[in-house]
Design a protein around this ligand. Structure first.
Ligand code: HEM
Ligand code: HEM
Length: 140
């Protein structure tokens, strides 16, 4: 049970790398006027998978910690940054669902979406760093 969360979050991160690279291409096209291809449908599909995995994984992390040790926040910074992450994931998801149907240019909303997700991505990198430490201390 303890392994479900780390495995899900690592899978989400790997998918998110690809989704972010696609999004950066869209950013370059939209804001920097550079010629770039953007796989709209692919970004939406894999973006949803990555963001929902992050959300489900986060809830599972807390749930499993509670079930196993009878308490949360045992992992310190890993817990705190996890709590900081969910609003960014949520904003990325809500704006993504609004943007998913192509209907004219919405550069402001797209930038808001991209920024929220980029912050979530950087925080996920930090979570991997502290998560590996949690695996070493609590699981192995
Ligand atoms: C988006 C990335 C992640 C988020 C938002 C996240 C969030 C959380 C949260 C909120 C907890 C509960 C901690 C507590 O109550 O003290 C937790 C537990 C834990 N996390 Fe993460 N985490 C992420 C990624 C990772 C990764 C990549 C690993 C390992 C490589 C990892 C390893 C662990 C471990 C071992 C626990 C203890 C409970 C369990 O195994 O389910 N986490 N995480
Ligand atoms: C890890 C998750 C995600 C990341 C890192 C990400 C990142 C980005 C970035 C950087 C952009 C470019 C923003 C700009 O041009 O200013 C973008 C655009 C876009 N994203 Fe995402 N995104 C993610 C998830 C999603 C999801 C879940 C959806 C849909 C439900 C979505 C739909 C879109 C759409 C439709 C655009 C193009 C918007 C436009 O140009 O009008 N994204 N994304």
């Amino acid at each position: 049970m303890l392994w479900i969360h780390p495995i899900l979050q690592l899978a989400a991160l790997l998918i998110a790398i690809r989704v972010l690279l696609m999004g950066i291409n869209r950013f370059r096209f939209q804001h920097l006027r550079q010629k770039c291809a953007f796989d709209w449908k692919g970004h939406v599909k894999y973006g949803k998978i990555a963001a929902w995995l992050w959300m489900v994984g986060l809830v599972l992390g807390v749930y499993v910690a509670q079930q196993t040790w009878g308490t949360t926040a045992l992992t310190g910074a890993h817990y705190d940054v996890g709590m900081l992450m969910w609003p960014f994931i949520l904003v990325g998801l809500v704006t993504g669902y609004i943007l998913q149907k192509p209907s004219g240019r919405r550069p402001g909303l797209a930038l808001f979406h991209g920024t929220a997700n980029a912050v979530a991505f950087v925080l996920a990198l930090y979570q991997t760093w502290t998560g590996v430490e949690a695996v070493r201390l609590l699981l192995l």
